[in-house]
Ligand binder design. Structure first.
Ligand code: DGY
Length: 316
């Protein structure tokens, strides 16, 4: 039997038992990701790896492992894997698309609501004993109805966000390459989107072109009460530019489910700002979705082991 290393504990033991029918399975049981040294040592001699986005699979690990045939990432994003190195050594890389589309889109909409209704600021005011009698102009937020949502990166998740937003009567516009028919809204250029949107949501995958894609030049084009939402990858935003834009009130606020780095240090300026809401990378964090992601990663391993093409190869 081929050997595989699973870099974190899977959502349940049944999944491991399933893997054990086909492979010799080594699971890293630590609460935190394995260190580089451990990752390298435990990957040695493996035919396959089942990895999370927290594990950096670089040229060093790949080139040190001639028996490696597949890296099955339990995530839709695969920026943690050096695809060029995998290609060089003919290693297949797979991801887990589709199964997390709805939960990530739901979280995005939750963040939009959170910011529009100023829920964090209201809650903080209560905790700080600043809640006085009802006041006609205290803590006024925004209606989503008839507001403008700009989606940067109209892929599957962006499309799902747009569908929900339309049901809330938001006007949706997109910037990016059209990947699906019937997007509910208009495609516009980036400047147009930035200048007009009340909420701007990022749904790009992280690569060389999208690293620090959004910077001060973009923030200065945005409305000064616009809210930025990011549920994709933290590195897509130039975070120090964002901090400055928020400090100088160039934009209205931000809700970030992803940051650079993760976890965000407790000393981060972003955590001191009332109009910034940070959640700890929860886009796919539902029981159903995580189970589906793990099952799909396992399927990719089993299919290749059976001599068939894994269904979710990203480096064909
Ligand atoms: C992914 O799958 O890339 C998500 O970020 C995981 O939550």
């Amino acid at each position: 039997m081929n050997k595989i290393f699973v870099t974190r504990q899977l959502p349940n033991e049944e999944l491991v038992k399933k893997l054990e029918k086909f492979f010799i399975v080594d699971v890293w049981k630590g609460e935190n990701p394995p260190s580089k040294k451990i990752l390298k040592a435990r990957s040695k001699g493996c035919w396959g790896l089942l990895t999370m986005l927290t594990e950096k699979i670089d040229l060093d690990i790949i080139s040190d492992n001639p028996s490696l045939k597949i890296i099955a990432n339990m995530a839709v994003g695969y920026d943690n894997i050096d695809i060029q190195a995998a290609n060089r050594f003919s290693i297949k890389v797979t991801n887990t698309p589709d199964v997390l589309t709805k939960s990530t889109a739901e979280l995005t909409i939750a963040l939009i609501f959170m910011m529009a209704k100023r829920l964090q600021e209201g809650n903080l005011a209560i905790r700080n004993n600043e809640w006085g009698p009802w006041h006609p102009s205290w803590m006024l937020g925004k209606d989503l109805d008839n507001s403008k949502l700009g989606i940067i990166g109209p892929g599957k998740i962006g499309h799902e966000v747009a569908k929900i937003a339309k049901s809330l009567n938001m006007q949706v516009m997109y910037y990016g390459k059209k990947t699906k028919k019937n997007f509910p809204g208009n495609f516009v250029n980036l400047e147009n989107l930035l200048k007009n949107a009340d909420f701007i949501s990022i749904h790009l995958s992280l690569n060389k072109e999208t690293t620090k894609f959004l910077n001060m030049d973009h923030f200065t084009m945005m409305k000064n009460d616009a809210v930025l939402i990011n549920t994709s990858r933290g590195q897509i935003i130039n975070q120090s530019d964002l901090e400055n834009a928020l400090k100088k009130k160039i934009i209205g606020g931000a809700a970030l489910d992803v940051t650079d780095p993760e976890p965000l240090p407790a000393t981060s300026e972003l955590l001191k700002m009332q109009n910034v809401f940070i959640s700890p990378h929860l886009g796919s964090a539902t029981k159903k979705t995580r189970l589906a992601m793990a099952s799909l990663a396992i399927k990719n391993l089993i299919e290749l082991n059976a001599g068939r093409k894994p269904p979710n190869m990203v480096n064909e």
